[in-house]
Ligand binder design. Structure first.
Ligand SMILES: O=c1ccn([C@@H]2O[C@H](COP(=O)(O)O)[C@@H](O)[C@H]2O)c(=O)[nH]1
Length: 237
């Protein structure tokens, strides 16, 4: 398994903390910038990552009406990041508008367009929460699959799903649909707020293209040791 298939989130509150994490883990090639860091410190971190030749997953999870999604995605497309997220529940029209706008934004500044990923259902939600809190009358794996199919029909490049649903999505959506899994937990790590986890080896075996692994590495007493342990456990996967 190539360590390049592990994406580590920069879930910190400032650019300075993000830079410190980059320095602690120079072997990580793919970083995720999410809401906490982006809202705190803006797009400057993207330039820093690019200057270090890192790959970037911009995980801002846009969810709005088609016109607003298009505007946000056109702007985000100009950053030249590798991956970008929207919510599938924004609907087919908004998903298609987002996909097109990313292409337009990227073309306007001559960068490669980000691959757009649709969030199927957040990995922090359980089947029980889906049924009782969100009142969705579908089994969770079926709901995740329906959201992935909606996104695929609308023309995006892939989806974000939990490792527990990835095998079914891979089988139905095919090998060319990118599947990225957060909610991945080594056997020795705490689950935290993640509700539908598998281990890194299980998630890859089930068909994930990329794994997002955050706190088991970044909140470890020694992040470098945690990273090495995960990579060692994946040898031969
Ligand atoms: O459904 C989703 C979508 C995105 N995420 C993000 O992934 C990381 C997971 O971090 P951990 O520390 O490994 O739990 C985090 O940045 C989330 O915003 C997700 O967990 N689930």
């Amino acid at each position: 398994m190539s360590p390049e298939r592990i994406i580590v989130p920069l879930d910190v509150a400032s650019e300075a903390e993000a830079i410190a994490l980059l320095e602690t883990l120079p072997e990580v090639t793919f970083w995720k910038v999410g809401l906490e860091l982006f809202v705190n410190s803006g797009p400057g971190i993207l330039k820093i990552l690019k200057n270090q030749q890192k790959r970037i997953f911009l995980d801002l999870k846009f969810h709005d009406i088609p016109n607003t999604m298009a505007g946000a995605c056109r702007a985000a497309g100009r950053y030249g990041v590798d991956l970008l997220t929207i919510h599938a529940t924004a609907g087919k029209e908004a998903i298609a508008a987002a996909q097109q706008a990313v292409q337009e934004g990227a073309a306007s500044v001559g960068v490669a367009p980000a691959k757009v990923l649709a969030i199927t259902i957040l990995t922090s939600l359980s089947a029980r929460q889906l049924a009782f809190d969100l009142k969705i009358p579908l089994e969770l794996p079926d709901y995740a699959l329906q959201m992935a199919l909606l996104a695929q029909e609308a023309g995006v490049d892939g989806a974000v799903c939990s490792p527990q649903e990835v095998a079914q999505l891979r089988q139905t959506c095919g090998d060319n649909f990118l599947l990225v899994c957060p909610g991945v937990r080594p056997s020795w790590a705490e689950g935290g707020d993640q509700k539908r986890s598998l281990t890194p080896a299980q998630a890859l075996k089930a068909g994930a293209d990329y794994l997002v692994i955050g706190r088991p590495i970044t909140a470890a007493e020694e992040p470098k040791l945690a990273w090495n342990r995960i990579c060692d456990e994946l040898v031969g996967s």
